[in-house]
Design a protein around this ligand. Structure first.
Ligand SMILES: C[S@@+](CC[C@H](N)C(=O)[O-])C[C@H]1O[C@@H](n2cnc3c(N)ncnc32)[C@H](O)[C@@H]1O
Length: 370
């Protein structure tokens, strides 16, 4: 991948190597990190070399009556850019047209501060325009015209204001092994940034796990893994802290006619309290969920960068099988040091979700030591 802003733009920071060289660098770094706890084979899932990000956020830079996209430069200044080489082709194709359409429109450009693009693999596109002003009827009128011209969905956001002009989600279709799954990706909910790698992550888990009894999932987001993994288990209980994500997860379940999953809004800390009967939750009662009715074999966790807290880590150790997806190898390493006291690592994978950056996603499957 080539980019005029390599070395200046703070968006990509692993820029002095070819794609394969940087991947090798990350593989060696992680082999070294985990060498005292895992020495077997590591599966590696590559990214496309450019055009791989399905969501992207840019600042809007105003200069002499014109507007530009901008990123933070490596020295933390605002850097105007004309294109971005890591965004997918749908976002890349619309970026220019979007600015051209609005640049002479005062209602749309005034106090326009940032923009977010969310793109589906089938071409659906959501654009969130973020402002430092109240969005009035004139803005709505002009934004609706823009929406029709660009054939996208537009949302306006400002302090304490969210204006949805048509829908606040995109439709995403993921082909997982032999089956097509439908998802609504709602604005504001978590979605994986690199969808092609995401599909391979889901398939990797499905291929390598032991499939029996019930599944318990924490940090489930909008059901990205839950929906297709549900076919391998009798029942699934999936939890997550975000209301927005739980709402999407329930919709995604209906979209795919799945009836063996219950999604419930509980933080991982709350789930531990519920499971250990330290606290009762009305939310569980309202949904008719009785934790003792589950016969869990497996726990699936995909926490944010901070990894697992101590109580959640301990809870994981009660399950026969642990599936751990991590976007931060440092906290994964810390957590695995504890988990291997009760479990063996069966499979390990690196998913290059974040090419041209130092980040890498990991997947680990562990089995209880009998
Ligand atoms: C890395 S995302 C993974 C989401 C999902 N597995 C996916 O693939 O899209 C982590 C998720 O954890 C949720 N989260 C953050 N802190 C949490 C907590 N303390 N308890 C439960 N969920 C939490 C976030 O809202 C987010 O959806």
């Amino acid at each position: 991948m080539e980019c005029n802003y390599f070395g200046i733009c703070g968006g990509c920071n692993l820029v002095n190597m070819s794609y394969d060289e940087q991947l090798d660098f990350k593989i060696e770094r992680e082999k070294d990190r985990f060498k005292d706890i895992y020495l077997d084979d590591i599966d590696v899932i590559k990214s496309d070399d450019g055009g791989f990000r399905n969501r992207a956020e840019f600042r809007i830079f105003h200069k002499m009556g014109k507007i530009y996209y901008a990123m933070n430069s490596i020295d933390k200044k605002l850097l105007p850019i004309q294109k971005c080489s890591i965004v997918d082709k749908n976002i890349s194709n619309i970026m220019d047209r979007f600015l051209k359409q609005i640049e002479l429109n005062d209602a749309l450009t005034k106090k326009f501060f940032a923009v977010e693009f969310l793109s589906g693999l089938n071409g659906d596109m959501l654009i969130t325009m973020i402002y430092h002003k109240k969005l009035d009827t004139i803005w709505i009128e002009e934004a609706k015209k823009l929406q029709d011209i660009l054939k996208v969905k537009i949302i306006g956001r400002s302090r304490k204001q969210k204006v949805v002009l048509s829908e606040d989600y995109i439709e995403q279709k993921l082909n997982i092994d032999d089956k097509e799954y439908r998802f609504y990706y709602k604005e504001g909910g978590f979605t994986q940034p690199n969808q092609k790698v995401n599909i391979q992550m889901i398939q990797w888990v499905g291929k390598n796990i032991i499939k029996n009894r019930d599944l318990c999932e924490l940090y489930c987001g909008g059901g990205n893994f839950t929906i297709s993994l549900s076919r391998y288990f009798n029942k699934v209980l999936a939890t997550e802290i975000s209301k927005t994500s739980i709402k999407s997860a329930k919709i995604n379940c209906e979209l795919n006619n799945i009836d063996n999953i219950k999604f419930i809004r509980l933080s991982s800390e709350e789930f531990v309290e519920a499971k250990q009967k330290i606290r009762e939750f009305r939310r569980l009662k309202q949904e008719n969920i009785e934790l003792d009715d589950y016969d869990f074999s497996t726990i699936f966790v995909d926490p944010p960068r901070a990894g697992l807290d101590e109580t959640t880590r301990k809870l994981c150790q009660e399950f026969d099988q642990i599936i751990y997806i991590s976007c931060n190898p440092q906290t994964l390493y810390r957590d695995l040091k504890e988990l291997i006291k009760t479990h063996n690592i069966k499979n390990f994978a690196l998913f290059d979700q974040f090419a041209f950056s130092y980040h890498i996603e990991c997947g680990v499957i562990l089995k209880k030591i009998i």
